[in-house]
Ligand binder design. Structure first.
Ligand code: V47
Length: 374
């Protein structure tokens, strides 16, 4: 282990002792970690946990994002992606278009499709099941990570079915796991302002619990950098940690920095690198039961994501290909990274790249194909 640094903030010393002994951190300690200006102290502690769990290994995957529609009945103030049904700028793909778009991109074989979209007032559960079946028929080797908890709750409401039955139907049609979006911040006060048309925090967690009970792995996220307090952030992390104690179904946590451009919260300043790194580090320290922390390069830039690999993150997400949600909200990052660029970012940070599939099984690659090593 690295030599213990001098901590600038004495409040970090009891936290250091707990981290070194593998003890769980309290709500108050989480708030201290978000408030201290000793970012190097916080980062050092997070790196201890990261290396205890994963050594130098840094995960990435080769994936493609598919957003079948941006038409959305919710009008969340945080979002620049969703469009009203009558908005001429909105789009909805046909099934053939979804299947065709899935095949676009680089020659490198994709191992995951990340599929999320707006809450469309007309697309039915059967339409989505057909979309999944069609993708599986055409791309049988690709894992389908699809639908946020928010989309699942909306489909259940529209189909007048239980959450469990909707999840079973989608799973049987080919949904292999779920992404972590739509969680935002669980605080009711904040949700009333940034996303009042969405399910509340408890409902989001309840859908996740049902997915986990059915054996469907999911990710989880938090949207930060808008009107939330440090206490709201810690409350969010602690509630995720409590569900994980019960189910063990979260694979990865992804802190998502709010991008204000083209949203009705565009007056809010963008997050800083300092806050982005702190969110990675505090998550690694508080979420002692979630295996992976992802530095999503699209959101935090390749440069900050690379440094995050020394602040608690062990995953860089993937090649992504055609990201829309962040780019509609003003992200200046590229819309895709080649596999070789991800390798370079990881190696330059002194870490060892490990290509993975969505379930973190190692992937071995030849020129034209890949094998999942079990
Ligand atoms: O659900 C929406 C957020 C999420 C904005 O699970 C915004 O592997 C910032 O969930 N500024 C989509 N954020 C992204 C997401 C994700 C990304 C990468 C990997 C995974 C995973 C999940 O982005 C949305 C919402 O929470 N979002 N609008 C915005 N203006």
């Amino acid at each position: 282990m690295a030599i213990t640094p001098q901590f600038e903030d004495a409040r970090l010393l009891p936290i250091r002792d707990k981290v070194l002994n593998g003890a769980r951190l309290s709500f108050e300690e989480g708030v201290t970690l978000f408030r201290t200006s000793d970012i190097l102290g916080v980062g050092w502690l997070a790196n201890v946990v990261r290396e205890r769990l994963h050594g130098d290994t840094t995960f990435f995957n080769v994936n493609r994002h598919i957003n079948p529609t941006d038409v959305c009945t919710a009008s969340c103030r945080l979002c620049a992606f969703g469009k009203k049904a009558k908005d001429p700028r909105g789009y909805t793909m046909s099934l053939d278009q979804v299947w065709e778009v899935a095949g676009h991109g680089y020659s490198e074989a994709v191992s995951e499709f990340h599929i999320v979209g707006g809450l469309h007032p007309e697309l039915t559960l059967d339409w989505y099941c057909e979309m999944l079946r069609g993708l599986k028929a055409r791309y049988p080797q690709v894992h389908l990570k699809a639908f946020t908890m928010v989309e699942i709750a909306y489909l259940a409401k529209r189909a007048k079915m239980s959450i469990r039955d909707v999840l079973i139907k989608l799973r049987d049609a080919g949904m292999d796991s779920q992404p972590g979006g739509g969680a935002e911040v669980f605080s009711e006060r904040v949700r009333r302002i940034i996303c009042d048309h969405k399910i509340d925090g408890n409902e989001w967690l309840d859908v996740a619990k049902i997915s986990h009970e059915l054996g469907i792995k999911t990710n989880c996220t938090m949207l930060y950098g808008h009107i939330e307090t440090e206490e709201d952030r810690v409350d969010h992390l602690v509630r995720l940690r409590e569900v994980q104690d019960q189910t063990g179904g979260f694979q990865t946590y992804i802190p998502l920095a709010f991008h204000p451009d083209n949203t009705s919260l565009s007056h809010i300043p963008k997050t800083t690198g300092y806050d982005d790194l702190r969110n990675i580090a505090v998550a690694r320290l508080m979420l002692d039961n979630i295996p992976h922390i992802k530095a999503y390069w699209v959101m935090m830039s390749e440069a900050v994501a690379q440094i995050a690999l020394r602040f608690g993150a062990d995953d860089l997400d993937g090649t992504v290909v055609e990201e829309k949600i962040y780019h509609d909200a003003g992200a200046k990052t590229s819309q895709a990274l080649r596999r070789g660029e991800l390798l370079r970012l990881i190696r330059e940070a002194g870490r060892e790249p490990q290509e993975r599939d969505t379930l973190y099984r190692p992937v071995q690659r030849t020129e034209t194909a890949f094998t999942i090593l079990v």
